[in-house]
Design a binder for this molecule. Structure first.
Ligand SMILES: NC(=O)C1=CN([C@@H]2O[C@H](COP(=O)(O)OP(=O)(O)OC[C@H]3O[C@@H](n4cnc5c(N)ncnc54)[C@H](OP(=O)(O)O)[C@@H]3O)[C@@H](O)[C@H]2O)[C@H](O)CC1
Ligand SMILES: [K+]
Length: 513
């Protein structure tokens, strides 16, 4: 295996960061015209690789996305493909490099009307890229409407037109692509929904922007991948002892006992040395009979909080999880809140999930005020809306920003779950996860994720890394199990995924391969 991990490959650039990268490349001596030529060539190459000769229509917009389109048209024509081109813009307003390639096209420039779609087998969408500022309207919208109605395959340049590459939001109508060719690095909108689903296959092309420009950009967003955190992963030590691998303490509620058991199982499987489930005495027998490697501690009637606090006095309990099945009905809600506040005010490294979040929906500030130490919270969209209604109101279509703002406001690492989970740290760093299959959307899957996180925290991984690693491994296991997955499968299939991960990222690195 020739493995060269590179964290910088995983950077994600917003439209404005990409604009700065572009400028920095020019300052570093790469002419803008070369960048456009390379961008167009990358698209033409990708098309030639994937489609056989057919009638192509290149739809060029008014900006540099259109400029790339002129390059593609010329190259496909040179490859002897039948190419037509329509341009939506005015030549006088083109940038110098786009104007250069407009002149170089030399073929007919057709009117921007839907008739140009007649007899077209493939559309190259060079309408709008990073410069999209508003929903498509007028001729551009009519064109996309007609492309969709006629079901013509589309290859998008940079992003499908109508999609905001920085957020993944559809500003209005979007032309869904079979293939999207972007440049230098992926953009958040290629990974976040609905964007990811509109891009089709995604190709990232090198267009000659020097890697050194990355240093000038102070980027804070990445696509989740082990390159980002495998160096901090708590690989088992040969001289290891179970006490080196931490002791996770998980609160289990009275009625929904399955949830925290899944959390506990997840924590064990991911390598916590010891796991204790602390549960109200009424439910103790249920838990105790169900668990084997996990210890079950009793919390006495009416003094659950005090008993939990006592468990926290034991310094070996180094990572806490509260939420799965904790309970929200009547007095259970009060108890859940007390347990959460106890864990947080004693500054324990804490994972807050499910009921631990919803219990504070009326007064989220109480929760945020209590967070002073290392903390990871794992809301799904419903829980997020209850805790951060203002953020949802101010940035409804920008999941990356929502997660970042929530992390900053709460002081916790926020794992905003979904098929495009975002992990955000209060310091501004954010990671978008894109490996999760649809099968993970099943009851209990989030409980296991909380277990993976607390299990990694118990082994000393820092919250942002632990959350990112857990989310990625969770996605990998989901893919490994595939269709038919139930939450119980997740801890049980983790060892297989962990050993492949270990082989690839740890053993190969150790042996210098
Ligand atoms: N960054 C790079 O390294 C390279 C990028 N390339 C390509 O360039 C585009 C970005 O080009 P840019 O000119 O900044 O933007 P666009 O081509 O996407 O479009 C901007 C123009 O479109 C107008 N606009 C925006 N939204 C709409 C709309 N909904 N309807 C009509 N017109 C719209 C906008 O007008 P304003 O009124 O908003 O100012 C602009 O006129 C990037 O995506 C790459 O494909 C390079 O060629 C290679 C290097
Ligand atoms: K486009």
């Amino acid at each position: 295996m020739n493995y060269k991990p590179n964290k910088s490959d995983r950077y994600l650039l917003t439209a404005s960061e990409m604009g700065r990268a572009d400028k920095a490349a020019v300052v570093a001596g790469v002419p803008a015209i070369d960048l456009m030529a390379a961008a167009g060539k990358a698209v033409a190459d990708a098309v030639l690789e994937r489609w056989s000769r057919c009638s192509v229509l290149v739809l060029c917009g008014p900006g540099n996305n259109g400029g790339d389109g002129f390059v593609v048209a010329k190259l496909l024509k040179a490859a002897d493909w039948p190419v037509r081109l329509a341009f939506l813009g005015s030549v006088e307003k083109l940038s110098p490099e786009a104007a250069h390639f407009y002149q170089a096209w030399q073929g007919e420039v057709e009117d921007y009307s839907v008739n140009v779609l007649d007899q077209s087998d493939l559309v190259i969408d060079a309408m709008f890229g990073a410069g999209l500022t508003r929903p498509l309207e007028g001729k551009a919208r009519d064109m996309v409407d007609a492309i969709i109605a006629r079901d013509i395959p589309v290859c998008a340049i940079d992003v499908p037109s109508g999609l905001d590459g920085s957020t993944g939001a559809a500003l209005g109508l979007v032309a869904p692509a079979e293939l999207t060719v972007t440049f230098f690095r992926k953009k958040p909108g290629h990974l976040l929904l609905p964007g990811r689903g509109l891009c089709g296959e995604l190709v990232v092309a090198d267009i000659g922007i020097p890697e050194t420009v990355l240093n000038e950009l102070n980027l804070q967003a990445w696509e989740n991948s082990p390159e980002l955190w495998y160096r901090n992963y708590p690989w088992p030590r040969t001289d290891g002892h179970k006490f080196h691998r931490g002791h996770a303490l998980i609160y289990g509620g009275e009625s929904m006992t399955g949830a925290s058991r899944l959390t506990a199982r997840g924590a064990m499987r991911i390598g916590a040395g010891l796991v204790t489930l602390a549960v109200p005495i009424k439910a103790w027998a249920v838990y105790a009979t169900a668990m084997t490697s996990v210890m079950v501690a009793k919390l006495e009637v009416s003094q659950e909080q005090e008993d939990f606090e006592e468990l926290l006095l034991d310094p070996r309990h180094n990572a806490i999880a509260v939420g799965p099945g904790a309970g929200l009905a009547g007095f259970e809600r009060i108890r859940t809140r007390k347990i959460v506040v106890t864990a947080l005010t004693t500054n324990h490294t804490t994972v807050l999930d499910a009921d631990a979040l919803s219990a504070f929906s009326e007064d989220p500030q109480t929760l945020f005020d209590a967070i002073n130490g290392p903390c990871v919270m794992t809301p799904h969209e419903g829980e997020f809306a209850r805790l951060f209604p203002e953020i949802n109101k101010s940035h409804p279509d920008d999941k990356l920003t929502r997660a970042r703002m929530a992390a900053k406001l709460s002081g916790a690492v926020v794992v905003l779950k979904g098929a495009d989970t975002v992990i955000a740290s209060p310091d501004g760093r954010a990671i978008i996860n894109a490996n999760a299959p649809a099968y993970l959307a099943t009851g209990g899957s989030g409980d296991v994720l909380a277990g993976f996180i607390v299990g990694l925290l118990a082994q000393g991984m820092l919250p942002f890394d632990a959350a990112s690693a857990a989310v990625w491994l969770h996605g990998e296991v989901g893919n490994d199990v595939g269709i038919g997955l139930i939450a119980e499968d997740l801890p049980e299939h983790l060892p297989k995924v962990l050993s492949a991960f270990q082989k690839h990222y740890f053993l190969a690195q150790k042996s210098g391969k």
